[in-house]
Write a protein that binds this ligand. Structure first.
Ligand SMILES: NC(=O)c1ccc[n+]([C@@H]2O[C@H](COP(=O)([O-])OP(=O)(O)OC[C@H]3O[C@@H](n4cnc5c(N)ncnc54)[C@H](OP(=O)(O)O)[C@@H]3O)[C@@H](O)[C@H]2O)c1
Length: 312
């Protein structure tokens, strides 16, 4: 199949391209950079050079590519994962997804694309007991940045899923880990954990859902020709409380256990979003993706040798 990827050079884009090629797809990849275009071409990918904010250029690129399927993995996120860096990136990231994504979707419709896969976020379900699924509402009333992000995600998902004449697939990924992510041993969070700057907040009961970047790519490749229009949660089998995964992560990094701070201290030092992530976040079920995409995920890398309780 002819598959066009926007966001082909990011953390998920790279393994995604490799796996699409392995499956025998013809891959056309969007990038702004001539240098990255050359690297893509060496991999056997047909590069398309355009800025996603340039609607005419995007239209021309997709019209030339004539893809069967478009995969949108556009983000603009920093290499560091801190309140400050995420806040600084938020406006452009939002614009890339809303405006850039709109350009890619419009051009796809004009080119008669059959199926459209879009990156979304799997960790913003409304807090509550047990695991969330695709029907669980999003946390629109959460802490400020989460609520903003959730509103954007809600609108983007709705835009795609109500667009006629195209099969829209929303892939709500859990937290990425693996090469090129914040949680790789050379990534920013690993560094913060080594420096004792990533604490367990309160009782550490926020439940995180994880996905190795290679497994996220594999689920996306599966969704090129499997599954129905709608939302899929792509996360591993074992969502974990922060106090569990963070302690094991520090051990895996061969560093000191994470410090503990109270909710009041964290609110003062790190703000409401950090408290939300640390204490309220809800894990998700991957049952639908397993059923309909034949999805399988490896266990969280740093939990393999750790003994923990299952959250369900
Ligand atoms: N679920 C999650 O946990 C999640 C989700 C996403 C990202 N992240 C994390 O965020 C960090 C950074 O991720 P990343 O490397 O994927 O992000 P990134 O640097 O935000 O890059 C994403 C992709 O978007 C493309 N892009 C951005 N702006 C564009 C524009 N104006 N026009 C065309 N293309 C544009 C880039 O293409 P070019 O630069 O080639 O033009 C690149 O391929 C990583 O640690 C990652 O794990 C986490």
């Amino acid at each position: 199949m002819r598959v066009f990827v926007a966001g082909a050079t990011g953390a998920i884009g790279s393994p995604l391209i490799a796996q699409l090629l392995e499956k025998g797809h013809h891959v056309i990849a969007l990038t702004r950079s001539l240098e990255k275009a050359q690297t893509l071409a060496q991999q056997g990918v047909e590069p398309a050079i355009a800025d996603v904010f340039d609607a005419d250029a995007v239209q021309a690129a997709i019209s030339r590519a004539q893809p069967d399927v478009v995969i949108e993995q556009l983000t603009s996120l920093p290499k560091t994962y801190t309140n400050e860096s995420m806040q600084a990136a938020a406006a452009l990231n939002d614009r890339i997804r809303r405006e850039g994504g709109a350009n890619v979707l419009k051009a796809s419709l004009a080119a008669g694309v059959r199926r459209y896969l879009m990156q979304s976020i799997g960790f913003w379900a409304v807090p509550g007991a047990g695991l969330a699924d695709e029907e669980t509402p999003l946390a629109l009333d959460a802490s400020p940045a989460v609520a903003d992000g959730t509103r954007t995600v809600n609108e983007l998902e709705h835009r795609l899923l109500t667009t006629p004449n195209i099969e829209g697939i929303v892939l709500r990924y859990g937290f990425f880990y693996g090469p090129g992510t914040w949680y790789a041993p050379d990534g920013d969070v690993a560094q913060q954990v080594r420096q004792q700057q990533f604490p367990i907040i309160g009782n550490g009961e926020g439940v995180w859902s994880w996905i190795h970047i290679e497994d996220a790519a594999a689920a996306t490749v599966a969704a090129v020709d499997r599954g129905n229009s709608g939302i899929y949660l792509i996360a591993d089998d074992r969502p974990l409380e922060v106090r569990v995964w963070l302690s094991a992560y520090a051990q895996w990094l061969n560093t000191l256990p994470p410090p503990h701070v109270s909710v009041e201290q964290a609110l003062r030092i790190s703000g409401a979003d950090a408290v939300y992530y640390g204490t309220q976040m809800r894990g998700v079920s991957n049952a639908k993706a397993k059923r309909e995409l034949n999805f399988q995920a490896r266990p969280l890398e740093w939990m393999v040798n750790a003994a923990v309780a299952r959250i369900s």
